[in-house]
Design a protein around this ligand. Sequence first.
Ligand code: ADP
Ligand code: MG
Length: 153
Amino acid sequence: TSVHSGSLPDESSTLALGAAFAAAAAPGLTVHLLGDLGAGKTTFTRGLLRALGHAGKVKSPTYTLVESYALSEYSVHHFDLYRFADPEEWNDAGFNEYFGQHSLCLVEWPEKADSLLPPADIVLELAVAGEGRTYQFQAQTQTGQSCLLRLST
Ligand code: ADP
Ligand code: MG
C-alpha cells in the first residue's frame, strides 16, 4: 500500500495540502478524514474546495451531516458525522446515493457511521503536533493508490 506523510506547520500548509490533493483527485473517490476535533479535517477540505473553484464559504456540516458543492468539473460531498447517531437516518437521508462514480466524497468522523459507510479509497489521518499538525495518507484501493501516486509526483 502506498503511504504519503509529512508535517503541516501552519493553517496555510493544511490548505495547500488540500489544494495539492485536489489536483490529484478524481470523481469516484471516497476519502475518510481521521483525527481529533481541531486536527484540521475541515481546513483540508476547504483548501481542496477552493482549488476546485469554490469561491464561497466552507462551513462544517456538523448539524446537517453533509454539505454538497456542485463544482464545474464534478460534485464534492463533505460529510461530518460527529453527531450521527441513528443508523436509520442513513437510509432515510439517502446517503448511499452520494457515493458513486460522479462525485468526490470526504467524510469526517467516518467511525460514527461504522459499516453503513462505503469503504474508503484513501484514509487521511491528521494529528496535532505542537503548534502544527502531521498528516498521513493511506491508499486502501487501486483507485486510491493511483491518486496518491499523482500526489507524490
Ligand atoms: P477539524 O475539522 O479537524 O475539527 P478544523 O479544520 O476545523 O479541524 O481546524 C481547527 C483549527 O486548526 C482551525 O483554527 C485551523 O485554522 C487550525 N489549523 C489547521 N491546520 C493547522 C496547522 N497545520 N497548524 C496549525 N493550525 C492549524
Ligand atoms: Mg471539522
